[in-house]
Design a binder for this molecule. Structure first.
Ligand code: ATP
Length: 225
């Protein structure tokens, strides 16, 4: 999956992407990094076709029906339980199988009959990620999947996302968290000033910036621009 020479202006006239080029790897979890407001979510919106995607610039991406997308927030019905919400999300997305209580991981079984609207922000995210992960798609998009989750739950979510990729599925996510993406199963793409400024493995990122942690490498890269 590649993006070639993609330029995009916001309705205000501000240029968000300028001749942006990006290569995404099939056998790694691709992680878009970059400061707030640089356009990571907007890029996912184009890849997912929420924003109209021109084939001139986007190459090798599956069509809408073969993509699962976890946006940062989703509309929900306050009164529906967690279990009903998961079934609704999966049903709307065309899931043909049957979801049973016994299929749920322990952390969701305990909240399955609570109203979705009564969950915390982190719990809602966990529920949506679990539901979306069960869909059978070619490409999975996750927008800040570990944001708002406690460290243990964040790690579980990242393991779930790794598991999707290990099943031969393509994954692109955004993140501001570094503790769980510091091994070479991840492919990092640093977005700033309308372009991908770095892409490569975490170890290549550390080497390029002569840094000992990804946070330091990120800050050094950010200060360059
Ligand atoms: N519907 C919209 N109309 C106008 N501008 C928008 C719209 N959506 C996003 N933007 C602008 O586009 C820019 C990129 O936003 P985007 O959400 O893609 O950034 P991001 O890199 O994902 O940020 P964050 O890390 O904070 O989530 C921002 O300046 C934002 O204000």
């Amino acid at each position: 999956m590649k993006i070639k020479d993609f330029t995009y202006r916001l309705s205000s006239g501000r240029s968000l992407f300028q001749s942006l080029n990006a290569d995404f790897l099939d056998d790694k979890v691709n992680v878009l990094l970059g400061p707030n407001g640089v356009g990571k979510t907007t890029l996912l919106d184009f890849i997912s076709t929420v924003n109209k995607r021109e084939p001139t610039y986007f190459h090798g991406f599956p069509n809408f029906a073969r993509i699962a997308y976890q946006p940062q927030s989703v509309p929900f019905i306050y009164e529906a339980t967690v279990f009903q919400t998961m079934k609704m999300v999966m049903g709307v997305s065309g899931f043909k199988g049957r979801l049973r209580h016994t299929d749920l991981p322990a952390e969701l079984k305990t909240i399955a009959d609570i109203k979705y609207g009564e969950l915390s922000g982190g719990q809602r995210r966990l529920v949506m990620i679990d539901a979306i992960s069960r869909l059978d798609r070619e490409l999975y998009l996750f927008d800040e999947p570990e944001s708002g989750l406690d460290p243990k739950t964040a790690k579980q979510v990242m393991q779930k996302i790794q598991g999707i990729n290990q099943r031969g599925k393509k994954v692109i996510m955004t993140s501001h968290q570094f503790q769980n993406i510091n091994n070479d199963d991840y492919h990092l793409l640093f977005l700033k000033a309308g372009q991908i400024q770095f892409s490569g493995s975490p170890s290549e990122f550390l080497k390029k910036e002569s840094a000992t942690s990804l946070v330091d490498a990120y800050i050094k890269q950010d200060q360059l621009l």
